[in-house]
Design a protein around this ligand. Structure first.
Ligand SMILES: *[C@@H]1O[C@H](CO)[C@@H](O)[C@H](O)[C@H]1NC(C)=O
Ligand SMILES: *[C@@H]1O[C@H](CO)[C@@H](O)[C@H](O)[C@H]1NC(C)=O
Length: 394
């Protein structure tokens, strides 16, 4: 079983043996990946409308700069001052002015970097598709302790030698989901003078409508800290948000409910507060890994919206209340982990009716159903009851 899983992982992820071994301890995390290829067209269309109504740039190929004779004196035919002003306007569409006015905020640092320090050539211009996502990912970097990450920190200087040195030390690689057309995987250090699709742990779309827009953020076990910025919810084509094994905390931003997400994986971090209500509207979601954080609150009956969910891992938090009956309507769910929380009441019979033993999809169901649990969850169909003397999950 173990070796079968590893080889499956290798097959799916194309990782080398060492990486696979390192990853096998998150043994529940990849089983759903194989099925994560569906697109939610309805959702995409809805997002397009939303983008249009918000007059945000729609994903498209950046228009080539028109033939320029005579050559412009300044990048984008704007003085540095004018360009900075346009960038600030762009930022103000998604960041409150008070945040941008605070020179210590990650957003303000990102805007300063974009306007003054970014050496990308040709320079990004205010209407490029790249601008907003570049601003957001720079802010993400500053908000998650960029500079103190384990790897792929920004170069220490602007010389080519400094950039080469930073890239050489950067080995993070995003999980390669078998998605066609092949997507663009980044391998460079962050804030280097290349489009963000080249930054390590990021993957961009490569189909006509979404080319060059961010599809996947995948940075695991890299000493990320801080918080997740609200602006992440404006990466309108993002489907994979994977930040496993870090120290990132604060609340899960409400804005991620705007995204066409397939996988959210925040295992082993420090997130607090409830699952944001907006996330229950993300019908495309197929895998939600939130285990081993500090999350609280009750699960919403709107969980029924997650009809494509195959993998739900909520163990190791402080969730409370009943496990809602509506979880029984998730007929594709094959693995569910509720243990090591403060849930009480009974496991819904509707969920037990989905067990594979009675013809359903549900193979694994774990909860605090041992007699010693406090509070206990009554469960007569669970495959694992906690607390256990020697937990296989620890
Ligand atoms: C932010 O700064 C600008 C320019 O100094 C100022 O006009 C504006 O009122 C400030 N807004 C807030 C919310 O602090
Ligand atoms: C999610 O579920 C709730 C309750 O069933 C419903 O009111 C809401 O419209 C659903 N959201 C979507 C996007 O369908």
């Amino acid at each position: 079983m173990f070796f079968k899983k590893i080889s499956l992982l290798l097959l799916l992820a194309g990782r080398d043996g060492a990486a696979a071994a390192r990853h096998h301890k998150k043994k529940h995390s990849y089983e759903a990946h194989e099925s994560v290829l569906e697109e939610d067209m309805e959702f995409m269309l809805r997002m397009r409308k939303l983008q249009m109504s918000m007059s945000l740039p729609i994903a498209s190929i950046p228009s080539p700069s028109p033939p320029t004779t005579p050559a412009p004196t300044f990048p984008c035919n704007l003085t540095p001052q004018e360009r900075a002003t346009e960038f600030r306007k762009m930022a103000l569409k998604i960041t409150p002015a008070s945040t941008l006015n605070n020179s210590n905020s990650p957003q303000s640092k990102a805007l300063k970097w974009l306007s003054s320090d970014d050496q990308i050539s040709p320079p990004v211009c205010p209407n490029d598709v790249e601008v907003q996502q570049r601003y957001i990912m720079a802010a993400f970097y500053f908000a998650t302790g960029g500079g103190t990450w384990k790897e792929c920190n920004a170069p220490t200087g602007s010389s080519q030698a400094a950039i080469d040195a930073a890239n050489q030390k950067c080995t993070i690689e995003a999980t390669k989901y078998p998605i066609k057309p092949d997507r663009e995987l980044g391998t460079d250090a962050w804030l280097t003078p290349k489009p963000i699709c080249n930054w390590a742990g990021l993957v961009c779309h490569n189909d006509d409508n979404r080319r060059g827009t961010l599809d996947q953020i995948d940075i695991e076990n890299n000493d990320l800290s801080g918080t997740l910025i609200d602006e992440i919810g404006f990466l309108q084509n993002l489907r994979f948000l994977i930040l496993e094994q870090g120290k990132t905390g604060g609340k899960i931003p409400d804005t991620i409910g705007n995204l066409p997400l397939l996988i959210v994986d925040f295992d082993y971090n420090a997130f607090v507060g409830p699952i944001p209500q907006s996330l229950y509207n993300v019908k495309s979601l197929q895998q939600l890994d939130l285990n081993d954080n500090q999350l609280t609150g009750e699960l919403s009956p709107n969980i029924a919206n997650w009809s494509r969910m195959t993998f739900l891992q909520l163990n190791g938090n402080k969730f409370s209340g009943n496990i809602p009956n509506q979880v029984g309507s998730l007929t594709k769910l094959s693995n569910a982990f509720f243990q090591d929380n403060k849930f009480d009441g009974s496991m819904p019979q509707t969920l037990c009716d989905n067990r594979d033993t009675v013809g359903g999809a549900l193979k694994t169901l774990e909860a605090d159903c041992a007699t010693s649990a406090n509070p206990p969850v009554m469960c007569n169909c669970c495959t694992g009851c906690y607390p256990q003397a020697a937990s296989p999950n620890k």
